[in-house]
Write a protein of this length. Structure first.
Length: 318
């Protein structure tokens, strides 16, 4: 978007060069960030993919919807292969990300692990101290926080747009068929007033076919999780013009990627320099302590020798 001669440079600092235990802490903000920013999102993504995988297996195994209580909005063959194709694409994309992340993890580079989604996740789960390091280099002011939020959401938008969204459209249309259809006994399923009514329709379907009700429940669960992720992405898209406008005003950066890379590099250098200063102060204090101990020991020896000489003189005079 911007014309600039800057070439991407990654801070060479590695986790091995930093004493991770110095950054380990159990402050409330850090712990909450670890619980919700790492584990909660991980569980949410796993549940999201697992629910859609169940739906895919169901479609492939039975080759049709469970019964005729609900007539699907889309023809079965279209929804079946589109849904299966999206699941397959999700796994291909996941494998690609894992391979790329393994290469990043082998470098043990702090900046690369931070900007790589999967590498940062694996590092955070496997080593809490290293998570604390990445949490420490995370920006603190509001503009940088929003800039990083926009950067990561746009950077990782391929999956949600091209593999998640198409199958969630199928889920939405199928759920919509629940709403607008009429079931047995002339019960009008289109008389929808609230979210609880959707659940009541699924409960109604469960009376006649439990399997189909379970399938619709998984579709609804997956669709709700997708709404959360797509809302985050839409928020980033809405905020991106403001972020880019601010960067243009500053005139120092050629792109959002450049801004984020430089900010991370500065933060990494800052924490490394701070740790070195602490170590230098510790070494200086240790050297001073050793010198004082040596001085005290020498002084004690002289006093001891002096006291022995006085005792000898007293004995001779006595």
């Amino acid at each position: 978007m911007f014309i600039h001669e800057w070439k991407y440079s990654i801070n060479p600092k590695r986790f091995d060069e930093v004493n991770a235990t110095d950054f380990r802490n159990t402050r409330i903000r850090t712990v909450l960030s670890y619980i919700f920013g790492v584990w909660f999102l991980l569980i949410l993504k796993v549940a999201f993919l697992a629910s859609d995988f169940y739906t895919c297996i169901k479609l492939l195994a039975y080759n049709s919807w469970s019964n005729n209580v609900i007539k699907p909005y889309l023809p079965f063959n279209i929804s079946k292969w589109l849904f299966s194709g999206c699941i397959f694409a999700s796994f291909v994309l996941m494998i690609w990300e894992v391979v790329a992340s393994i290469r990043v993890l082998r470098t043990s580079n702090i900046a690369l692990c931070y900007v790589n989604k999967f590498a940062r996740l694996v590092t955070s789960i496997s080593n809490y101290s290293r998570f604390c390091i990445m949490d420490k280099i995370t920006p603190t002011n509001s503009f940088e926080k929003w800039s990083f939020f926009v950067f990561f959401e746009l950077k990782n938008c391929v999956g949600i747009l091209f593999t998640d969204t198409p199958r969630q459209i199928i889920n939405a249309l199928t759920l919509w068929s629940v709403v607008i259809s009429k079931g047995k006994n002339d019960l009008d399923l289109g008389d929808l007033e609230s979210f609880n009514d959707v659940l009541s329709r699924i409960n109604y379907i469960a009376k006649y076919n439990h399997t189909e009700a379970v399938l619709l429940s998984f579709m609804l669960f997956s669709f709700v999780i997708w709404l959360f992720f797509i809302t985050k992405l839409l928020t980033a898209v809405i905020c991106s013009p403001f972020i880019y406008y601010k960067l243009i005003q500053r005139g120092e950066y050629g792109s959002l990627r450049e801004f984020c890379c430089i900010a991370i590099s500065i933060n990494i250098d800052s924490i490394v320099d701070t740790q070195k200063q602490k170590l230098n102060r510790y070494d200086s204090a240790s050297i001073l302590r050793l010198r004082l101990d040596d001085t005290e020991s020498q002084l004690g020896s002289e006093i001891f020798k002096f006291s022995e000489l006085d005792q000898y003189r007293l004995q001779r005079e006595g």
